[in-house]
Design a protein around this ligand. Structure first.
Ligand SMILES: [Zn+2]
Length: 478
């Protein structure tokens, strides 16, 4: 109890305390052991959503989450729900959906996380078993301990704090959506959104599935790159010929492909496709030494691109050739290849539509095909980038809540990868403000062996969200 008094007093400091801050902080701190115990119980359920894994475990995980949500005791409805996967007769993995209507003109917030996890990979690469949550130092290890069962528990723990601070009667409108197949492509996500549109409608959406800047600095993810992937096939000959017979007089497909791929890059290694745009935004400092270390860049090999290093990763396009179908070295004969296929993966900048980017890339390849080589593009797949309008009130409230919980200002970050389902959210709810927060830090190693959650980061993430809910619970005008 002494602890409680001290921590409650701490919120009267110079930081801009939000509504119910002292009560929320006390509730979060008192409940932390139970929150961690509940997180460990969720981690013990191997809820891998990939096709080859046991669907019963994902169902068990959904039921366990639903039980925690029901226990909070404030929702008008709590259900475990599935939606169809378009183009199949199959249902997606079960999600948990709960709603509570807003009162007195308060806004409604949708809290998103996912309860499914990536496969564990090889057991021998884990220092402790993947589904046996284990604390070492200040981290909790286990598959899903961070991504994203900690996100699930951040929502539940902050809701519990809100209930405690409002005597069980919050006014903010609440929707909770805990997905069950984020790690397997969110295949029923769009259908789920359409079918549950009214239940999910909100003024602000908290997606607790991203990163923090480091273990002492929170972050709001304001940009995500999109992607365009496809197979490129280059053809120059109707059949193979001996290179000693005709080499030097006709182009082989490999030569044409190499020349064509070369046109995709500028001299500094950046992407040279007209029509691919970059996003102009300031980035935090990140020096080349860190880049060299984290990527294992070899001595004497330089970095590529221009602009700040993080802008190259967050705000500019990147193009990677990820596979080539061509004769292998072991089978290399003195032959002119008639056709070569290449898999290409392009990360596109926030602010550009994936369709527009795909058209620009296709146009480039057709215009630059050397010697009139035939170019075919198929298996095209696109994911939209994402850019937050940071002028919204919900972003402002989130910054204040984070600053208060972490006692330092949050950093705006981009992410070089994609969270494709965010495009579905934006599509379905164009007016909602999307807040991408997270429980991870740079050492969390989501998707890898020895995934872990930093316990201090977790506590601060819960506190941030509790403060945000407290602010929304007092807010009018949205
Ligand atoms: Zn995740």
């Amino acid at each position: 109890m002494t602890d409680t008094v001290q921590t409650a007093a701490k919120t009267d400091g110079p930081l801009n305390s939000g509504p119910l801050a002292a009560e929320l902080r006390t509730a979060v701190e008192q409940e932390l052991p139970r929150t961690l115990a509940d997180l460990c119980a969720l981690v013990r359920i191997p809820s891998v959503s990939w096709a080859a894994f046991d669907r019963d475990q994902v169902a068990a995980s959904a039921e366990a989450v639903a039980a925690l949500v029901r226990e909070i005791g404030i929702f008008d409805s709590v259900s475990v729900t599935q939606a169809g996967i378009p183009g199949t007769d199959d249902l997606g993995q079960p999600a948990v959906l709960a709603t509570r209507a807003a009162r007195n003109g308060r806004p409604t917030v949708l809290l998103y996380a996912h309860h499914d996890v990536q496969p564990p990979g090889l057991d021998e690469q884990w220092e402790s078993p993947p589904f046996e949550p284990t604390v070492r130092g200040d981290r909790l290890y286990g598959r899903g301990a961070a991504d994203d069962k900690a996100g699930v528990m951040a929502h539940i723990a902050s809701l519990r704090a809100l209930v405690a601070a409002t005597d069980g009667d919050p006014e903010v409108g609440l929707a909770l959506f805990i997905e069950g197949e984020e790690e397997f492509g969110s295949r029923s996500f769009a259908t789920f959104l359409t079918e549950n549109r009214d239940a999910l409608r909100a003024d602000a959406i908290v997606v607790a599935d991203s990163n923090n800047w480091d273990i002492t600095t929170p972050a709001i993810t304001i940009g995500l790159r999109g992607n365009v992937t496809f197979r490129l096939t280059v053809r120059t000959l109707a059949h193979a010929s001996h290179s000693g017979m005709f080499g030097g007089a006709v182009p082989d497909a490999m030569m044409a492909t190499v020349l064509l791929l070369g046109t995709l890059y500028a001299d500094d290694g950046s992407v040279a496709v007209a029509g691919l745009t970059s996003h102009d935004a300031p980035t935090p400092d990140y020096d080349e030494t860190a880049l060299r270390e984290e990527t294992g860049l070899l001595d004497g090999v330089s970095a590529i691109g221009h602009g700040s290093i993080l802008s190259r990763i967050w705000s500019q396009p990147a193009l990677t050739i990820t596979g080539i179908d061509a004769p292998s070295v072991a089978n290399a004969s003195n032959t002119l290849s008639p056709a070569v296929s290449v898999q290409i993966s392009v990360r596109i900048a926030p602010g550009q539509s994936a369709q527009e980017a795909a058209a620009a890339i296709e146009d480039h390849l057709r215009r630059h095909a050397p010697f009139g080589a035939q170019v075919e593009i198929d298996d095209l797949d696109t994911g939209e980038p994402f850019l937050v309008d940071t002028s919204g009130w919900a972003v402002a409230e989130t910054r204040l809540a984070m600053a208060e919980a972490w006692e330092t200002e949050p950093v705006d970050i981009g992410v070089g990868g994609s969270i494709p389902f965010i495009a579905d959210l934006v599509h379905e709810f164009p007016d909602a403000q999307i807040l991408v927060t997270g429980v991870e830090d740079p050492d969390s190693r989501a998707h890898s062996p020895n995934e872990s959650l930093h316990l201090g980061v977790f506590k601060r993430a819960v506190l941030s969200e509790a403060f945000l809910l407290g602010r929304l619970n007092a807010r009018t005008g949205h």
